[in-house]
Design a protein around this ligand. Structure first.
Ligand code: BG6
Length: 481
């Protein structure tokens, strides 16, 4: 027993955190291009970047040096060398995203940008040349600014057609080359960082919540239409959803804590998956809308599309867990992946305050498989650390090996529990720019990139100790962990 024979091992990156080339070959400005890097002293108490009117205006005119995602790690130009390193590790799958701002830079362009498509053709062909299965995220946290300026964000239903047209171009073009697709990265993070998913500036109040939920609904419909379209084009294609799984435990056995925990899980995680996997809104979300007075529109046709366009697999990211209580009084808070929570006395944390919880991955896999009975795909997992090469010029990342080993052991146990798990793509196999904080110095990779927070450095790629370790894990299909 252990991982299935066809288990897919690999890594995951996103266009907006790696490609750079922010204004090359027709690409337009995106929201991640205007997220400033934070200072190291903000790491432990940094909530979530927000983009308001002022930040937007500053981003359009501010110095490029303030915005690290604009240069990324230059993957746009180094993809061949980087993919060769992934192949050397034995990757069987490589998850990356395609940038809408490259393919349809103004969203309503009469034709897709031929240069952008040629670039993605080359990336995909490079993967296939190395026998690596490309797994494409159609949109990963990078709405063009035009989504806001032309449409007012995803709350505008016109965005559904924009997306479906774009997705259709990709599905048609890569129908014989790409089997695995993810419609939206961490769709549930619309609750935390609406600029990243919905292309909406931050806001508050009931009217804002109406627009936020309309935007989320429109993405559900866009995703469902994409699943339907994919099946028409090539029924063998597998289309998945993805959430940032924010695993949470009750603070205590006080039933009020247990209830608060249940409600948090329903709203943060399960509601999103229920719509995309089961094809309908669950009672608890409907009830939440009624209680809060949140109003948005779901036509009969939308409801039918949601029913027909359910996904083939359940994708999720898993980094950490939190604890929830009915009251935060006298309790310590902690950071997390865009979602903080209460501190768990049983767990240690990363330098960014994310609580390290390998067993939580086994629990999560079991909960999701039990609820949906659909194959799971762990699309992100990893640890961000500050790293500087030692006197020998190497990076000895024993803590990363420990983090990944502990999580993979638990994932293996989840497989032995009977959960169907298609694969595992470790987040950031090569150091890249942090999504939340725009730091380069938050490093996740098996491969070090010689570049600092200012974008200075040789950009040389150096294999860390974890590189050889992961190579062995993959070669033995997780037998040696
Ligand atoms: C996930 C995102 O939320 O977490 C990635 O899908 C992101 O884009 C990853 O990079 C880790 O977060 P961060 O903020 O450490 O980069």
């Amino acid at each position: 027993m252990g991982f299935r024979n066809d288990f897919l091992w690999g890594g995951a990156i996103a266009a907006c955190q790696t490609e750079g080339a922010w204004n090359e070959e027709g690409k337009t400005l995106t929201f991640p291009d205007i997220v400033k890097k934070i200072k190291p002293e903000q790491r432990r108490n940094f909530g979530q970047a927000q983009i308001d009117e002022q930040a937007l205006e500053a981003g359009k005119t501010g110095p490029v040096s303030d915005y690290p995602k604009r240069w990324g790690i230059d993957f746009y130009h180094t993809y061949k060398e980087d993919i060769a390193l992934f192949a050397e590790m034995g990757f069987q799958v490589f998850r990356f995203s395609i940038a809408l701002a490259r393919v349809f830079p103004h969203l309503d362009d009469p034709q897709p940008n031929a240069k952008a498509l040629a670039y993605y053709d080359a990336v995909i062909d490079e993967c296939l040349r190395h026998h690596i299965e490309p797994l494409v995220t159609i949109v990963h946290f990078d709405p063009p600014i035009a989504v806001w300026e032309k449409y007012g964000g995803w709350c505008n239903p016109a965005m559904i057609d924009v997306y479906v047209r774009y997705a259709g171009v990709l599905l048609e073009r890569y129908k014989d080359k790409v089997k695995y697709w993810v419609t939206f990265n961490e769709i549930n993070m619309a609750l935390k960082a609406p600029f990243k998913t919905l292309g909406m500036l931050s806001g508050e109040g009931l009217e804002y919540e109406n627009r936020r939920w309309q935007g989320i609904h429109n993405q559900f419909v866009a995703s469902a239409r994409t699943v339907i379209r994919a099946k028409e084009i090539n029924p063998a294609m597998m289309v998945g959803c993805m959430i940032a799984d924010i695993t949470t435990y009750p603070y205590s056995s006080d039933p009020r804590d247990v209830l608060a925990n249940l409600k948090f899980d329903q709203k943060m995680n399960l509601g999103f998956l229920d719509v995309m996997v089961k094809g309908r809104y669950p009672y608890f979300l409907k009830n939440y809308f009624a209680q809060e007075g949140i109003q948005w529109t779901c036509s009969e046709q939308d409801a039918e599309l949601l029913k027909q366009g359910t996904v083939d697999f359940v994708g999720f990211s898993y980094y950490m867990s939190i604890v929830t209580s009915y009251t935060t009084k006298d309790k310590q808070l902690t950071n997390g992946n865009m979602t903080g929570g209460l501190k768990n006395a049983c767990l240690s944390s990363t330098e960014w305050g994310w609580q390290i919880d390998p067993v939580g991955l086994r629990i999560t896999a079991n909960q999701l498989y039990d609820r949906y009975e659909k194959p799971l795909f762990v699309l992100e997992n990893g640890i961000g650390s500050v790293e500087v090469p030692g006197p020998d010029g190497q990076i000895h990342d024993a803590y990363r090996i420990a983090y990944l080993r502990d999580h993979l052991r638990q994932l293996k146990l989840a497989a032995e529990d009977g959960c169907e798990i298609l694969g595992y793509t470790m987040w950031g196999p090569i150091d890249l720019i942090s999504s939340q904080t725009s730091e380069m110095s938050k490093r996740y990779g098996f491969i070090y990139v010689d570049q600092d927070d200012e974008g200075q450095g040789s950009k040389q790629r150096i294999k860390k100790d974890s590189f050889a370790w992961m190579q062995r894990v993959i070669a033995t299909n997780g037998e040696e962990l």
